[in-house]
Structure formats: structure tokens, C-alpha cells
Design a protein around this ligand. Structure first.
Ligand code: MG
Length: 169
């Protein structure tokens, strides 16, 4: 049999509960891919609660068959309190490079009732690409609402799905 191409796919998923942003409640400011959005509700999280960076980090770690973001950076570790989540993504990218892999492309879907992420998509693509050390053309980010249904639709949670393709040298 001919050798298979050295490519690996990874999937990442994250959900954070959303609460009124402090001081009105326990929510942190809403940050997605390092971009701060003006929103009355934000994630309850040990780190900065960047669900988009968490999902992408898990997609890369998953492609490499490594432990997930929660295992590598436990929320019981006080060093990760309020942590800028780009640190997690940069670490996942470094591990991919160390294993001889490059990102072919990545695609993510943010499911959030409000605010709309459309006006921020380009900034999110650029900050993601910067953290990964790749060209923004390799990064796609989509936004959807949950049509008012269930916890996500009622702005009580945010969900993110991400898939990444890696290719080996
Ligand atoms: Mg998370």
C-alpha cells in the first residue's frame, strides 16, 4: 500500500456560561480570539474565558493526540487565573511545530446570540493568525446565533466549534 499523506485533523469545542459582566455579576469581559467585545454578559471562567482560543487550542492539541487545554493548563492552577488565552494557543502551536506539523487551515464557528461578531471577524482572524504564526488567509471564523432557543439562544452561554488540518514535513 502507498504511504498515507502526513496530515492530521483536529476538532475543538468549548462552552462558557455567560453572566452579567462585573460589577453587575460574575462575568468577565467578553473576549474572543483576543478581541474584546462590548457586551453586557461575559464568560464565567478561571482564565480570561476566551472560548474561541480555547476551542482552537483544543483542535490543534486534538490533531496531535495530546492532552486537552484543561489538562495542560488546569483551572486549579493559580498561575492561570485571568490568563490571556493566547498563551495556551501559542503553546499548542509550538507543540505542533516541535512535532513537525504546520497548519494547513482552520475553521471555527462561534455560536452567540449577541453581540454580532461580524464587525470583529477580521480582527479575530488576524489575532488568531498572529498567535499561530501563520497567514490570516488560513484562518476562517464564522458567527451564528442560536435562534433564541435554549441556553445559548437565551444568552446564558457561548459555544465554539473549531476544526484544524495539520500537515507534517
Ligand atoms: Mg474554555
Amino acid at each position: 500500500m502507498p504511504p498515507l499523506p502526513n496530515i492530521r485533523v483536529g476538532h475543538g469545542y468549548d462552552l462558557h456560561r455567560l453572566e452579567p459582566v462585573a460589577p453587575a455579576g460574575p462575568g468577565r469581559p467578553l473576549i474572543l480570539a483576543g478581541v474584546r467585545l462590548d457586551a453586557p454578559r461575559g464568560p464565567v471562567a478561571h482564565s480570561d474565558g476566551d472560548a474561541l482560543f480555547h476551542a482552537i487550542t483544543d483542535a490543534i492539541l486534538g490533531a496531535l493526540a495530546l492532552p486537552d487545554v484543561g489538562q495542560l493548563f488546569p483551572d486549579t492552577d493559580p498561575r492561570h487565573e485571568s490568563q490571556d488565552s493566547s498563551v495556551f494557543l501559542r503553546e499548542a502551536a509550538a507543540r505542533a511545530r516541535a512535532a513537525g506539523y504546520r497548519v494547513v487551515n482552520l475553521d471555527a464557528t462561534v455560536i452567540l446570540e449577541r453581540p454580532k461578531i461580524g464587525p470583529h471577524k477580521e480582527a479575530m482572524r488576524e489575532s488568531t493568525a498572529r498567535a499561530l504564526g501563520i497567514d490570516p488567509s488560513l484562518v476562517n471564523i464564522k458567527g451564528k446565533t442560536h435562534e433564541g432557543v435554549d441556553a445559548v439562544g437565551e444568552s446564558r452561554a457561548i459555544e465554539v466549534h473549531a476544526v484544524v488540518l495539520l500537515a507534517g514535513d
